[in-house]
Design a binder for this molecule. Structure first.
Ligand code: SF4
Length: 369
């Protein structure tokens, strides 16, 4: 297991729970809507802009963060936050420095396609460099990464970016930085997860996050992998991966309350696999997203979620609590502490279990437990 085991994972929603009640311990801030890539499956594709509008005052954001007493983690996302040194220096670095002064764990979501120096500049305040890795090879990268762009990008230009991601990840890892690569499971990746995992281990990544594809935004017209094929992909992945690389399954679509023996078998296989953990979904359970431009507070930055509130007028906790009364959350508002499950991810539940009211379910315990 990596430094962070299941419950020690700072982003795990169970960590902040008090008397069965979720607490806001994690904030994610969208610091840019600009990106140099146009990935076919991008879950925030419709939000991307050629030029960012004016941001809210940093003081206001820091004041709102100050008000969250139980805060333990801060994540910064985009767009691509390393595309502009001005964004890096005026927003990313001050937010990360604030987080470190408070003793928070930090994550930046980046595609690592710019000069290494940009990442080295912020590295002292970054705990997790979170990158995306959905590529089988250079040709696949070229097809996927420009799959939703109007620009014609030559294979050579695309290859340079592909190589830079790898070189940067390798260099940061060699400097002792924690690089965590996320792969989404869909029809493009399902049969290649083991090879991707071994490659990530080889370049020095410390963790491989594996999630379902969210069929939202630009991915909304891509085929969702049916659950039987998903199950098969996980089994194959467990058999083919490098067991020394920590695998973190996030928004895992197989839940301990499943009545299906094949799901229970799979959960047992996951639990028995070395260096594998499952993170409960933080979105809305211990985390909210803040849009640095509008001040909107949402459960997540994708999926067309309507704002729960706005930092210009209220505390983050107020918006966070509003989610717990929201109609879309009600059927997911379950908790089985005996197995450490805090319920399914919203988008995964809406994709795979549109009819299930999880409040009526309970985790199936192993016989004799
Ligand atoms: S917490 Fe919810 S999703 Fe998890 S096992 Fe229990 S009922 Fe199922």
């Amino acid at each position: 297991m990596g430094e962070w085991g299941f419950i020690a994972d700072p982003w795990e929603p169970r960590r902040g729970m008090e008397d069965g009640r979720f607490r806001l311990t994690s904030v994610e801030i969208t610091v840019t809507n600009w990106c140099n890539l146009r990935c076919r499956h991008c879950a925030v594709g419709e939000s991307l802009m050629d030029r960012d509008p004016e941001r809210l005052p940093l003081d206001l954001i820091l004041r709102r963060l100050d008000e969250v007493e139980g805060l333990t983690t801060l994540s910064l996302t985009g767009g691509e936050l390393s595309g502009s040194t001005e964004v890096l220096r005026r927003w990313v670095a001050p937010l990360l420095q604030y987080a470190k002064r408070r003793g928070l764990q930090t994550q930046v979501n980046t595609n690592l396609t710019f000069d290494l120096g940009r990442y080295e500049e912020i590295a002292p305040w970054v705990d997790v460099f979170h990158i995306t890795w959905n590529y089988r090879d250079e040709a696949h990268f070229h097809r996927i990464v420009w799959g939703h762009g109007s620009r014609e990008v030559s294979p050579e230009a695309s290859r340079r970016l592909f190589r830079r991601i790898i070189d940067n990840a390798r260099a940061l890892a060699a400097q002792g930085r924690f690089v965590s690569a996320e792969t989404m499971i869909n029809a493009e990746t399902a049969d290649h997860l083991g090879a991707m995992n071994r490659f990530l281990a080889e370049i020095g990544c410390r963790r491989h996050e594996v999630h379902p594809m969210y069929a939202v935004d630009w991915a909304s017209d891509l085929p969702v992998l049916p659950l039987p094929a998903f199950r098969e992909a996980i089994r194959r992945f467990l058999a083919e991966r490098d067991p020394n690389l920590w695998v973190l399954f996030g928004t895992f679509p197989f839940l301990p309350c499943s009545p299906l023996p094949e799901d229970q078998d799979l959960l047992r296989a996951v639990a028995a696999a070395p260096n594998v953990s499952v993170r409960n979904c933080p979105d809305g359970r211990n985390r909210v997203n803040v849009d640095l431009f509008t001040g909107a507070v949402r459960v997540t930055d994708f999926g067309g979620m309507e704002p729960l509130g706005n930092v210009r007028t209220e505390r983050l906790e107020d918006a966070f609590r509003r989610w717990h009364a929201h109609p879309r959350f009600q059927r997911l508002n379950c908790h089985c502490p005996e197995v450490g499950c805090t319920g399914p991810d919203l988008l995964v539940a809406e994709m795979y279990y549109p009819e299930v009211d999880f409040r009526t379910r309970r985790a199936v315990l192993p016989t004799g437990a």
